[in-house]
Ligand binder design. Structure first.
Ligand code: PHE
Length: 462
């Protein structure tokens, strides 16, 4: 099936950082606060963490085991591990469709971050705050995202950047990049969290994020938390499967999964600690404001905390949005990689040709998603704008469906010996709690996902 030798990640740290680079992105810094704000705060966070532990980790480990064992992209991996069993091959194909849809709306938001970093570079936020109008940041956001040419130009630029890095190949492109940028982003987030805590709404923001109000929980909240867990960990489309196919034999899969899930969750919670204190400090701003939260709340932090400091008030916004661009880029690369690897290996196209095809399709879909926020707002599916529909359908349904089948495949179909060999590197390292892990994988994760779906559809009386 394979036509050329596959690349390998050179170092273990590189592996963790590249996988975490895929996981950490707009999902943590933009989507997590949006979902937390819309779904009642701390109660959502609690369910989210349960979903990470009980559903996300088993599925992540499954993707790692499948990818490394098969040494192939997601679609080919199922063909290799289940030869002649055509039904499993659909998991890989579903992943490719889901990945294309996610990349298409994700790329729109990534374009916004690029615009914000350019705006910060031109000292735009400081100039805006001089007007003294408290709504200036909201107005800027609304007018930019509903525009026609500008957001489209940014999303095309972003997609092309992703394209170039994917064409450069595994080691050169992804690893070098992630190693450098992830730690920097983490440090800046910690600094910003410290700053947000000095704002007047800090106590209220923290209460919103950490003091659960259980009356807020309903089936929709649980579905959102599960969707966010899959989205944030990059699960369900075989993305980590593809990454794991580049892992060396001595990588400890269990440890890597814990590190990636841990880093990812930490970044999301820190993003919450930055955003909600700011939201409660700005008069008139509500946590339920959705996608604009990050793009409006952060400029307020920059203005309030760094306003009087000429150098910092210029540098911090730029650095933040620039790093957000990079964090988004490591995620768009990973999605692009899944689709490109599939097309080039299954349809025997060169990497470059496959990548060009993916880039072209995604630019068209992204443009439609972006326009649906303004000029094309009447293009709705099920009452949702195209952009919202892509987000809803993929995160809340398609990723968990993919995760469900991946867990079933690894738990019920794959030979136990393969699982054991992958988790212990053929007995050379320890893996504690193999039985408990099997139980999670075979029963808890698939049944959990199923029950959450049925509950949302109103077929259960919880
Ligand atoms: N996990 C990424 C983020 O949080 C998004 C993503 C989803 C990437 C699915 C790959 C696959 O930004």
């Amino acid at each position: 099936m394979e036509t050329k030798p596959r690349g390998k990640f050179a170092s273990k740290l590189g592996i963790i950082l590249a996988s975490a680079g895929s996981a950490v992105g707009l999902g943590n810094i933009w989507r997590f606060p949006t979902e937390t704000g819309e779904n009642g705060g701390a109660a959502f966070l609690l369910i989210y963490i349960c979903c990470i532990l009980l559903l996300g980790l088993p599925v992540m480990l499954s993707e790692f085991m499948i990818g490394r064992h098969a040494h192939a992209n997601a679609a080919t991996a199922f063909e290799k591990l289940a030869p002649g069993k055509k039904q499993w091959h659909w998991i890989g194909r579903l992943g490719v469709v889901t990945g294309t849809m996610i990349l298409s709306f994700y790329n729109v938001v990534a374009g916004w971050t690029a615009n914000y970093s350019v705006c910060a570079l031109g000292n735009g936020f400081n100039r805006m705050s001089e007007s003294g109008d408290p709504k200036v940041f909201t107005d800027y956001f609304n007018s930019f995202v509903t525009g026609t040419y500008e957001p489209v130009a940014y999303l095309i630029g972003f997609m092309l950047l992703t394209h170039i890095i994917v064409v450069l190949g595994v080691e050169k492109g992804i690893e070098r990049f992630s190693k450098l940028m992830m730690p920097l982003l983490f440090i800046l987030l910690l600094v910003l969290a410290g700053c947000a805590l000095t704002m007047e709404g800090a106590a209220e923001g923290l209460r919103f994020l950490f003091q659960p109000d259980f009356s807020k929980i309903d089936p929709g909240v649980v579905l959102s938390a599960m969707g966010q867990a899959f989205f944030s960990l990059s699960l369900g489309i075989g993305c980590l499967c593809t990454y794991a196919s580049y892992f060396k034999e001595d990588v400890n899969l269990g440890k890597t999964a814990f590190s990636v899930a841990g880093i990812d969750t930490m970044v999301a919670v820190i993003a919450g600690i930055i955003i909600f204190p700011a939201v409660f400090s700005v008069p008139g701003m509500e946590p339920t404001e959705g996608p604009k939260l990050v793009f409006v709340a952060l400029p307020h932090i920059f203005k309030d905390v760094f306003g009087g400091l000429p150098l910092l008030s210029y540098l911090v916004p730029f650095l933040f949005y620039f790093l957000l661009v990079l964090a988004s880029l490591t995620s768009t690369i990973s999605m692009h990689e899944v689709i490109t690897a599939y097309i080039s290996e299954v349809h025997h196209l060169s990497r470059k040709a496959a990548a060009t095809l993916v880039t072209t399709i995604c630019i068209v879909l992204s443009t439609l998603c972006s326009l649906s926020l303004g000029a094309g707002s009447e293009w709705t599916i099920g009452g949702m704008m195209l952009f919202d529909f892509f987000d809803y359908a993929t995160a809340k349904w398609m990723l968990p469906v993919g995760g469900f089948f991946i867990a079933i495949f690894a738990g019920w179909f794959l030979n136990r010996q393969i699982l054991w060999d992958e988790l212990t590197n053929k007995g050379s390292i320890r893996f504690y709690g193999f039985k408990a892990f099997l139980f999670l994988l075979r029963f808890v994760a698939p049944l959990g996902i199923l029950l959450i779906f049925l509950n949302e559809l109103g077929w259960l009386a919880f």
